[in-house]
Design a protein around this ligand. Structure first.
Ligand code: HEM
Length: 321
């Protein structure tokens, strides 16, 4: 009797193991780790008994994870990759870019240290976004070493972003707090659906830039946390004091990372379009730190009036000479 039960248990474990192995091959579309390193990972709870133990709980997050990865991840990221640039190309050809005179007075808006912090974060994103796409579509690029390399670049991007994250959030925190005129800005979509050159209600940052900031404020922190979990893969989960399998922590981390990445990528493309195409010369303010009077007067009308009323215009102008 005992022998029979033993054989049954042994068989069940084997079936579970086979099921899980095929699942990991399936999940190989989104590679988790170098497979040759995994079994020897010291103290890993992912690749030992728990791997078998987690199978009966497959319905908890496993099914959801595979469902989302199979049906949603690739089409949604493709929709963003194609849809957002197409929408902006349409905007560019219908409404065209906003042009401002760069001949008149110029004011120093972003001091050097703020520009450096911004460019570290930007460089991080330049590394993170294309490599993120490469990892998602890994199987179409043949997987293996090139994708592992993309992952290393993704990690370097994450480190650059992590370095800039706290200073960037602190240096712009006050200017990014919501104000009553932000609703007005949103109501007129920042004036971007009009060719008319008029005064737009915004202080140093407009409501669109504030949305981008707050997405990064909360989303960036979560991206760092989930990315870190994906990087280390196993850790002492008793620290969490919740009954959850290690593999489920990773499944939740991936789902969160990717859901946020969708929003971040869409807004990142928007940020690029605004600074490189929609407002001619806007990127210069992040290179030289200066904005022209004409641009400030129209796109940041409340800020411009504030500078004049507080009589700091001469001082800010000095910074651009
Ligand atoms: C603030 C931005 C981001 C940070 C800090 C970040 C960080 C990380 C880190 C550290 C990893 C682990 C890599 C490894 O194990 O070596 C990772 C994985 C990943 N990231 Fe990001 N990332 C960010 C943005 C993005 C974006 C924009 C995308 C998509 C375009 C993306 C897609 C992915 C994917 C697909 C994985 C692999 C998930 C898996 O293991 O299946 N990430 N990320």
């Amino acid at each position: 009797m005992v022998g029979k039960r033993h054989i049954k248990e042994h068989l069940m474990k084997k079936i579970y193991f086979l099921l899980f192995s095929s699942l990991t091959i399936f999940a190989g579309e989104v590679p988790l780790a170098s497979p040759n390193l995994a079994p020897t990972h010291p103290g890993s709870q992912l690749y030992k008994e728990e791997m078998i133990e987690a199978i009966p709980f497959w319905n908890k997050f496993g099914e959801l994870f595979v469902y989302v990865q199979t049906h949603y991840t690739k089409p949604l990221f493709l929709a963003i990759l194609i849809g957002v640039p197409l929408a902006f190309a349409f905007h560019y050809f219908v409404w065209g870019p906003k042009k401002f005179s760069h001949k008149g007075r110029k004011f120093l808006i972003f001091p050097k240290w703020q520009r450096i912090v911004h460019w570290i974060a930007a460089l991080g994103f330049i590394f993170l976004v294309p490599t993120g796409f490469l990892i998602i579509y890994a199987k179409y690029f043949g997987g293996g070493e090139p994708i592992r390399f993309a992952r290393t670049i993704h990690d370097i991007g994450a480190i650059l972003f992590a370095i800039a994250f706290i200073p960037m959030m602190l240096m712009w925190f006050k200017d990014m707090l919501p104000k009553s005129w932000d609703l007005k800005w949103l109501g007129m979509l920042g004036g971007y659906l009009s060719k008319e050159k008029k005064e737009i209600p915004a202080h140093k940052f407009n409501a669109g830039q504030k949305m981008w900031y707050w997405t990064i404020f909360f989303g960036g922190a979560l991206m760092l946390l989930t990315g870190f979990l994906l990087y280390i893969q196993t850790f002492d989960k008793s620290l969490l004091n919740v009954k959850i399998f290690q593999i489920d922590i990773l499944r939740i981390a991936i789902l969160t990372h990717l859901a946020l990445a969708l929003i971040i990528v869409a807004l990142f493309f928007t940020h690029l379009y605004m600074s490189l195409f929609a407002i001619k010369g806007a990127v210069d303010s992040m290179i030289s730190g200066c904005k022209s009077e004409d641009e400030l007067k129209h796109l940041h009308s409340i800020f411009y009036k504030d500078i004049i009323n507080k009589k700091i215009d001469k001082k800010l102008e000095e910074g651009c000479k």
